[in-house]
Design a protein around this ligand. Sequence first.
Ligand code: GUN
Ligand code: ZN
Length: 649
Amino acid sequence: MFELKERDGLARICELKTRHGAVTTPALLPVVNPNQLTITPKEMQDEFGVDMVITNSYIIWNDERLRLRAVESGVHSLLEYDGSVMTDSGTFQDHVYGDVEVDFREIVEFQRDIGSDIGTILDVFSEPDFTEDEARAAVDETLLRARGSAQLKGDMFLAGTVQGGTYANLRERCAMELSRMNFDMHPIGGVVPLLQDYRFSDVVRVVMASKQHLPPSRPVHLFGAGHPLVFPIAVLMGCDLFDSASYAKYAREERMMFPTGTRFLSGLRDLACGCPACTSTSIEELRAADPEERVKTIARHNLHVSVQELKNVRNAIHEGSIWELVERRARAHPALLEALKALEENTEYLERFEPVSRRGAFFYCGPESYDRPAVKRYRDRFFSRYRRPATKALVGFEEGKKPYSRSYAREIAAISESVDASFIVASFFGPVPIELDEMYPIAQSVLPDTLDEDVVRRMRDVMERHAHGHGYPIAAMWDGVETLEFLKDVARRRRSIDMDMLRCRAVLDMQFGRGAANILDGKEVEFVKSRNTGKIRNVIIDGRHALSMRAYDGRFTLKIEGARLLSEALPPPRMRVVVEDEPAQFAAKGANVFAKFVSECDPDIRPGDDVIVTNTKEDIAAVGRALMNREEMLAFERGIAVRVKQAVE
Ligand code: GUN
Ligand code: ZN
């Protein structure tokens, strides 16, 4: 029912299939109040392209007239809507009014019987000001009801809400227990008061504590998040669905939503918006309109802007720039900036989902960019995977034009003439050996000439760490001819450097793990290079095409021959995706590997990695590009885990 299509870290574009059609996520479910249709569901579908709405089953159940109609002809007919309908349970009404008197079983059965596509359990709203004991009681009762409700769902999808107030330990436990039950979706509840108070860093902690313990194969809904301000960061944390009553509520107060904040109509000079609602009127006309008309126009504007921002988010996922979008949006409100900083506590987890490269460049958006998973990953891999060439001296260069091997070509040639040296650049990402200068994200990054002081200080710390452990007998920062004279005195030796070989070894170790470069030992290695760019295209090992280097990210595409060599150099499970034996036979003929057939996977594999597909007996079937990491491959029932590029047969 839920299939991963595209992704950028935890942010993902998926297809959610219900009995009433397919919905592309991330999606916004407008809240429809059956008593008060500011914009009808039909209009939402036609004018806004809304494929799923959410309504409240408790409001229907509690009103005899509505209840009878719903039981008789179903919730779709009640709303005059044939798209997907999700229903909520009354938890929120209990939070607001405190007088919800319905049995948790009865409300789930009611949702099922009125034909809701996705129902919700009657969870217990955990308030942010709850003590830990109160929050624990809310979690325990929610779990008890969850267990009882899952048995009643029938053909309806059922959403099991994570509660736990602001206590990370309770959120984790709640998420873990719910994961083991038969649910189709997991909302994160109890966050509305946090959102209302702009406590976005608390929202980040709550979402991350929950998300990490939910199966990646089930959609996550952020209950009550309806302001476009929070969509990018929430999607970055792996939220797939949102619901919004805000578009209508804000409109009643004549407040207009924008991706960067909210403005009263009375405070605006112009309607600075190109949405159909705003372009069909003028600010003077809108102010002069009768109140009901005005509220409806603002509600339409609010919904347009919200739907539009989710489109921006999906574009960002598509091009691999969700971090850039989040960092840019963080400038809209200090509370969002704070939330982005709170996210840094989770870099290790986020890194596991971060693609290894992308087609677009890494854009620096501010000092927070230094905390992106891609930066941490480069640094970690450099220190744990890279093996230095056996030269006597190391020469360091300042950050310069990219690729470094070209911008420092003259210096490198002059030094290599008479000195036994390796070369490194003190870059934003950390120490970059000259032979890694074309690998993502080094060459594919756009940075300002002047970096923020905070970043410069942190970069210096990393270079210092390197200085203490690099193992070269002699190291010097390049400072012109004097450095050369000094080096000639202490490390004189004529030696021509084979840049292709250096590059090949370094990329192999960085991409596939330390030891991967051993596949070249004692072999005859030939490089086929591009006539236009002079870059390595193919690597021929003992006469066989083993690897190709991609121009856009400087990483290797694995050929079957390369997989054979790598599988000898790297013991299982490294770089392997193990597939059940029968599907492995299809992979061996070139078919893609579906997640449901994956039986094991190297935990170090990341989305975008070139991997070796084997059967359970370690026989190689194919090579291809992983679209998921291990926990996703093992969790998803649908979708492609590895796009096969070359098969053995
Ligand atoms: N709507 C907004 N917050 C919540 C929540 O915590 N639970 C449910 N069921 N609905 C909500
Ligand atoms: Zn507008």
